[in-house]
Ligand binder design. Structure first.
Ligand code: SF4
Length: 334
């Protein structure tokens, strides 16, 4: 089976300052594979500064990695030219956090949808363009007559975000990068948008990388999850196992902060320090906050396989088999 997307040992380091240069590692040695014939939804979770948005920017080709390669359908994305580059731009689409930002307040919804149709020559004429817009809007649960001809301010946040998804769908993407797509949408509309994304994967064969800080939405939408902290993978595997039975102290902290509607569960049971600006050095990235830190944690922990489809990069599990970075995808159900 061919690969749709491969990340091979991707790292991204940002340099700041001209004289006293400071390096910030945004992503460190991430390897990942998505199969062409197995459309999936993979959550990449973490708090701000975890590297998840850097990952989105890399996948969309907005920035380049410091080391490693991103291979899309067999080709390094940085070497794509001409028709291949255009195909990549069409097949890899994004939905961002802010459903207002992509709308020009002076244009109707029709404009937002006709621009990609014109740019990529997707329709044979006006009637065909309208048919394609109708199909895309129907696919995201919107009635064309409710939204076409309207200006952005006449629509709800949920409608705007679903129009963004419809715009991406028009281009028949193979991969959708959804970067915090529901974080600025009313809670009452989140489920609808998550359902829309799940339909895209199930009915249209689109793989989705769902980027979020919110583990509850991850739990509802994805089958697999990678938890990032300071650019490194802390825990990965089946979303059910990782969220219901977190093993890495950082994931425990994230899960512990979810306001589950369970009065018997106490928040903050895990005595973990608040965010710390520095620390970690060349060892475990979480060492500065971890109540279980040991001498060995001054070296970088590999991933240890805790159970099937579940691993954590933590020396608390060093009796378990190690998993090399390239095998990360084997932990992720599709
Ligand atoms: Fe804590 Fe050590 Fe595990 Fe890092 S490797 S999370 S410092 S116990």
């Amino acid at each position: 089976m061919d690969n749709l997307l491969e990340l091979r040992h991707i790292s991204k380091v940002y340099q700041r300052g001209l004289i006293n240069t400071q390096a910030t590692i945004a992503l460190q040695d991430i390897s990942l594979t998505l199969k062409e014939d197995e459309p999936t939804i993979l959550t990449v979770a973490g708090e701000s500064g975890s590297g998840k948005t850097t990952l989105a920017m890399l996948l969309l080709g907005f920035i380049t990695s410091t080391t490693g390669e991103i291979i899309y359908r067999g080709k390094n994305i940085n070497s794509l030219e001409g028709k291949e580059r255009i195909a990549y731009r069409r097949e890899v689409q994004a939905v961002f956090q802010d459903p207002f930002a992509v709308f020009n307040p002076f244009y109707t919804v029709d404009h937002l949808l006709t621009v990609p149709i014109r740019t990529f020559g997707l329709a044979k004429g006006k009637a065909d363009a309208r048919k394609k817009m109708d199909e895309a809007l129907n696919a995201v649960g919107l009635r064309p007559e409710d939204v076409l001809g309207r200006f952005p301010h006449q629509l709800s946040g949920g409608q705007r975000q679903r129009i963004n998804v419809a715009r991406a769908l028009l281009l028949k993407p193979r991969l959708l990068i959804a970067d915090e797509p529901v974080s600025m949408v009313d809670a009452s509309l989140r489920a609808t948008i998550l359902e829309t994304l799940r339909n895209l994967q199930r009915d249209h064969g689109v793989s989705i990388i769902y980027i979020t800080h919110d583990l509850t939405t991850a739990f509802h939408i994805a089958k697999s999850i990678i938890v990032l902290y300071r650019g490194g993978v802390m825990e990965a595997g089946d979303v059910d196992k990782v969220i219901k039975n977190p093993q890495h102290p950082y994931t425990k902290l994230l899960v512990d902060s979810i306001p589950w509607p369970n009065l018997d569960q106490r928040w903050g049971e895990h005595p973990i320090k608040a965010r710390e600006a520095q620390g970690g050095g060349s060892g475990c990235k979480f060492i500065g906050r971890c109540p279980y830190a040991m001498e060995i944690c001054k070296t970088v922990p590999p991933l240890f396989e805790i159970e099937e489809k579940h691993a954590a990069a933590c020396y608390l599990y060093d009796k378990q088999p190690q998993i090399v970075a390239e095998r990360l995808s084997e932990l992720l159900p599709v």
